[in-house]
Design a protein around this ligand. Sequence first.
Ligand code: SAH
Length: 345
Amino acid sequence: MSDKKDIRALTKDQLRDFFEKEGDQAFRGNQVYEWLWSKSAHTFTDMTNLSKETRSMLEENFVINHIKVDDMQKSSDGTIKNAVKLHDGLIVESVLIPTKSRTTACVSSQVGCSLDCKFCATSRLKRMRNLNPDEIYDQVVAIDNESRLYHDRPLSNIVFMGMGEPLMNYNNVLKAIDKITSPEGLGMSPKRIVVSTSGVPKMIKKMADEDVKFKLAVSLHSAIDEVRTSIMPFNATFPLKDLREALEYWYAKTKNRITYEYVVWKGINDQKKDVDALIDFCKFAPSKVNLIEYNPIDDGMFQQANDEAINMYVSMLERHNITVTVRRSRGKDIDAACGQLANKS
Ligand code: SAH
């Protein structure tokens, strides 16, 4: 590994300053910035509007730590999973999910995960490190390229539902989103981005204070503390009362509806009392429930509930005017579905 600085850690102003200090003109900084971000250049040689001298001067001072798509798997349903190699050799996964009307990138925010959800394969990897903003951005660019190549259209949506807990890598996730939404980056609308969290109350409030424009999804899975703590042990530290208070704050500030992600498991949360608690939890702020299909992670502890239980959830929620959708898994045959990302290959 080189000890030269990663040039993409510099802001545009820092790049401009760098060129000025080198006795060149500041606007070179803008040119390089454009190459690095909106044109996603992998090498200094690609930067064809710079002189040869400038390019080798950059080469002497910096590296471009670009991610590399190390392996790509295609599912029979069109889903693509990338195993992405980082500059230090660690691997994360990201997924392209095509539907009729959109192409969604599901991106990772950490190598492994800081949390310990019992039903999620990623939690077994433990957190090794946070991803840098550019490593998050690059996953999106790689998926956008694949979307154009294999599905003839650009990427339309992004969900932070890959490996990791985005709110435990808050600053870098926000910096990445800034780049993704900036006209100098990919120019995507923040309304097409969903940050999914297991629910870190303090960070949800911080996000609300910063007036972010993307959407929020919360992996709820149970609105009863005892049940939630048994499947998501960190709930003991961040109980539902705190989560609820943070979400109330989020809604008051942003006026953005909250999505709850929810898997119904046999013998865990498939009773009427579970639905009652969920309905109650949905009342304090406008929200919508996504019932996600369980993707088995080869241990016997969890099993998808039967259709009867799912139908009970749907009809009871609808009776209370709460929007509910039942989502089918995508990319299961290549371990690309929710909760299956674990660097198996
Ligand atoms: N840490 C974030 C984002 C990653 S998980 C979060 O918790 O939201 C993305 C979604 O997949 C979450 O809703 C999570 O609860 C869900 N998930 C995890 N394991 C799953 C599994 N085995 N089957 C179905 N969904 C799962």
